[in-house]
Design a protein around this ligand. Structure first.
Ligand SMILES: *Cc1c(COP(=O)(O)O)cnc(C)c1O
Ligand SMILES: [Zn+2]
Length: 410
């Protein structure tokens, strides 16, 4: 706790103690963790980080939990790979992929959950809970098992089978709610008032959200302690995008970068759930809630809690925002797999297809160092690609049958 100075309202700036609370009593604005950056700057260095564990906890002084007893399944420090073939396919010279499919439960959510559950333990909660579009469910169930906490995970009943099995396997309570994510979220907000639980995306959301900053920290460290020119980030609630932007600023503030970061931040949404992209394109300040209809279920939040802040971060940085169709999402998944050997879920398809669109529109320019965040594993959303991915041919077990089907030149 050494470096956390408290919580601060993002709307009116009022300060609060670092308790399990998430809204300002004064203006109902969302609360955010505030830090003593001078103290962090004195305590942290490139060397201290490089000697830390290969997980999100190498950045502990910049996270709200640093007791040394964190919940740890090994989240974070995933590969940042130079994607030359993907770049060539899109006419871009310096594309990097942050491969967050390689987290413990195969999505970026392990970063935020590791932080949220560490904080929940510190606060003395015995039970953790969440409203989830799938990946959060996997991660909360797994980290709760690891930490010996009870869990209640709430999901829309129509979620992909791949995300139900991979949550239920960890034990805990998995509650399928007949409704969409926004219905599930509303129910959880009500339940949070009735039970003494740590809801990772309700009462401990300010702490949870901080975990996303590690995506920026790692990117800068892995690029050799410099920030990229441009990042393309998927948007569900908009928290991840907002915190990636904040992460680069914090790294600069505590003296870990040589040059002030000027990172253009672009957003990626599915056309069937694109409230932020719509506001961006219409040059509006109002995020109009939508009823999601897309195969990218992990991004299907029709009323994004941090939508306004994400929109603001995009605009202030000079980035763009794309909304791509289900067909483009499937093409995006296959393009990434075929060019880089990385199988991402539908959210990754959204991000890669958005990069393609933004490159075509000239928003991402050919010589920028651009990082795309691939935030979930393709095995979680097999249904999306199953209809168009099968054997090249089915043959009899003979040479003749093989040569009938394949005219091999080399
Ligand atoms: C949750 C999620 C995101 C982004 O979530 P935010 O709510 O915008 O922070 C991105 N990708 C995947 C795969 C996710 O599960
Ligand atoms: Zn306030």
């Amino acid at each position: 706790m050494a470096f956390v100075s408290g919580l601060r309202c993002r709307e009116c700036g009022r300060d609060y103690p670092a308790d399990p609370i998430h809204v300002c009593e004064w203006c109902f604005g969302p609360l955010e963790v505030s830090y003593d950056y001078d103290a962090i700057a004195a305590a942290i260095s490139r060397e201290s980080i490089e000697h830390g564990p290969p997980t999100v906890w190498r950045y502990a002084p910049l996270l709200p939990s640093d007791r040394g007893e964190e919940v740890d399944l090994g989240a974070g420090f995933t590969p940042l790979v130079r994607a030359e073939r993907l770049g060539a396919a899109l006419g871009l010279n310096q594309v990097w992929v942050k491969n967050d499919t390689l987290n413990p439960t195969n999505s970026f959510k392990d970063r935020v959950v590791a932080v949220a559950l560490s904080k929940a333990l510190e606060f003395g909660f015995k039970t953790v809970a969440c409203a989830s579009t799938g990946n959060l469910a996997n991660s909360v169930a797994a980290h709760a098992a690891r930490a010996g906490l009870k869990s209640y995970v709430f999901i829309p009943a129509d979620l992909e089978a791949g995300k139900i099995v991979t949550t239920a396997v960890y034990g805990g309570n998995l509650v399928a709610v007949e409704g969409n994510y926004d219905d599930v979220n509303r129910l959880c907000a009500e339940l949070a008032g009735n039970y003494p639980w740590a809801f990772v995306n309700v009462n401990v959301r300010p702490y949870y959200a901080e975990g996303s900053k590690t995506l920026a920290f790692e990117t800068a460290e892995q690029l050799g302690w410099r920030a990229p020119d441009h990042v393309v980030v998927p948007i569900a609630s908009g928290s991840q995008l907002t915190k990636i932007a904040k992460g680069f600023e914090e790294f600069w503030k505590v003296g870990l970068l040589d040059a002030e970061p000027k990172v253009r931040v672009s957003g990626a949404q599915a056309l069937g759930c694109s409230p932020v992209a719509t506001a961006f394109i219409e040059q509006s300040d109002t995020i109009k809630p939508v009823k999601p209809d897309t195969i990218a279920k992990s991004l299907a939040i029709g009323n994004p809690a941090d939508g306004y802040f994400a929109l603001d971060a995009i605009r202030r940085s000079g980035g763009g925002c794309a909304a791509v169709s289900d067909g483009e999402i499937v093409e995006g998944i296959k393009l990434l797999a075929a060019t880089e050997g990385i199988f991402g879920e539908t959210a990754a398809g959204v991000t890669v297809a958005s990069l393609k669109r933004l490159a075509e529109e000239g928003v991402v320019s050919p010589d920028e160092c651009v990082v795309v965040y691939v935030t979930g594993h393709g095995l979680k959303t097999l249904d999306a690609v199953q209809p168009t991915c099968g054997p090249t041919a089915t043959i009899a077990p003979t040479i003749d049958s093989f040569t009938e089907h394949f005219d091999v030149q080399e």
